[in-house]
Design a protein around this ligand. Structure first.
Ligand code: MN
Length: 228
């Protein structure tokens, strides 16, 4: 192969519990994946097929570092999410085999420039600049799947400056981790290093400079960042 004409980029990485780092290849995110009120009101939320968007790998923000308030927005929202890290790739992965492709789990934030997203929705334009901006994916320490059963239930919560803003349970996810992996692998061949943000429960809202975001998923871990 020809020699690179500039230095190849070092892959972004997230820290792993017990030491080491997980190199990030791509970041896929699931759209709306929590049933919210409908189910608790006795309704039957329609199980529409999940949809996906992406962030660049170097959107990850690790180690509890501050997140600079991004440009081009006046409405920066938090979305607290379970993150799945893929160890082995594949296309058309069956649900029954899907969890065998998982390296581990973490707590993460799908930070969103909501005003840009609203404009994009109205105009029928892509969400990239609303979702895939610099530092838009704060993420906590990755827990190996070998030490953790499939996280199918447990509290998922986010506090802003100590006040509870989002609180739900992983059992409220419409599409499970295994189903999400199976579905996504029908669109793209998954690869080692891919991350999947699995969607957020209700309670998303705006944050401003100086706000401290502290998320926790029971049994999985925490994520923390302060808006700079
Ligand atoms: Mn999200």
């Amino acid at each position: 192969m020809a020699e690179f004409v500039i230095a190849p980029p070092v892959p972004p990485a997230i820290p792993v519990e017990g030491g080491g780092a997980f190199p990030v290849r791509r970041i896929f995110c699931v759209g709306r994946n929590y049933a919210e009120h409908v189910r608790e009101m006795g309704g039957n939320p329609e199980r529409e097929a999940p949809f996906f968007f992406t962030k660049p790998a170097d959107a990850v923000l690790t180690g509890g570092a501050d997140m600079p308030y991004p440009p081009q927005t006046a409405n920066l929202h938090h979305e607290m999410e379970l993150v799945v890290a893929i160890a082995t790739g594949g296309a058309d992965i069956a649900v029954a085999q899907a969890l065998g492709h998982v390296w581990g789990y973490a707590a993460g934030l799908d930070m969103t420039r909501r005003d840009l997203q609203s404009e994009a929705k109205k105009a029928g334009r892509p969400w990239d600049m609303a979702k895939g901006f610099d530092h838009s994916a704060p993420i906590g320490t990755l827990i190996p799947a070998a030490r953790l059963p499939e996280p199918t239930h447990g509290t998922i919560a986010l506090r802003v400056n100590g006040t509870l803003r989002q609180s739900s349970d992983l059992s409220q996810m419409i599409w499970s981790v295994a189903e999400t992996i199976a579905f996504l692998s029908g669109f793209v061949r998954l690869a080692p290093g891919d991350l999947i943000f699995t969607g957020t429960p209700e309670g998303v809202a705006a944050v401003g400079r100086g706000d401290l975001l502290e998320g926790e998923i029971a049994g999985v871990g925490t994520v923390r960042t302060r808006i700079g």
